[in-house]
Write a protein that binds this ligand. Structure first.
Ligand code: UDP
Ligand code: MG
Length: 136
């Protein structure tokens, strides 16, 4: 049975700053993801705090929100069969040093905070995150 899903992907400030967005988009396309919608934007810290509210109680929350709002990002809706889990696998571990060879974070990530990409972690969050950026 087919299970076409959509997931939210973000190319984070460290990658946009290094002008890697086209390369990373090509990586996703080569892996079979369709980029259904995309836009480049620079969010405020308030918006970053809303987006990452799930991490509110974490010690890294403030730095994370400062970072995500520190420069332009590219947000995309990615679509394919099993997009949510496949994107998580293709991104690699949160810490690029622990990410497997061939993953985006292994290739492009700098550190656990500057790890180049975000991806929704489950179906419910994918809908919330897609709405966050693309509800108009
Ligand atoms: N993060 C961090 N320090 C940590 C853990 C996470 O700076 O110790 C940042 C990192 O950029 C990560 C984001 O917070 O991508 C969200 O954390 P999560 O655990 O959801 O990781 P992800 O789902 O992005 O792999
Ligand atoms: Mg997460």
């Amino acid at each position: 049975m087919s299970n076409i899903e959509q997931t939210l992907s973000i190319i984070k400030p460290d990658a946009v700053e290094r002008n890697l967005q086209d390369q990373i988009k090509t990586e996703f396309k080569n892996k079979g993801f369709e980029i259904v919608k995309e836009k480049k934007l620079h969010i405020s810290k308030d918006e970053a705090e809303k987006f990452y509210k799930v991490h509110e109680s974490k010690p890294f929350y403030n730095d994370l929100c400062t970072y995500l709002s520190s420069g332009p990002i590219v947000v995309m809706i990615l679509q394919k069969e099993n997009a949510i889990l496949d994107n998580r696998k293709f991104m690699g571990a949160t810490n690029p040093q622990e990410a497997e060879v061939g993953t985006i974070r292994k290739k492009y990530g700098i550190s656990i905070d500057k790890n180049s990409v975000h991806g929704s972690d489950n179906l419910e969050n994918s809908k919330i995150e897609i709405d966050f950026f693309f509800k108009d």
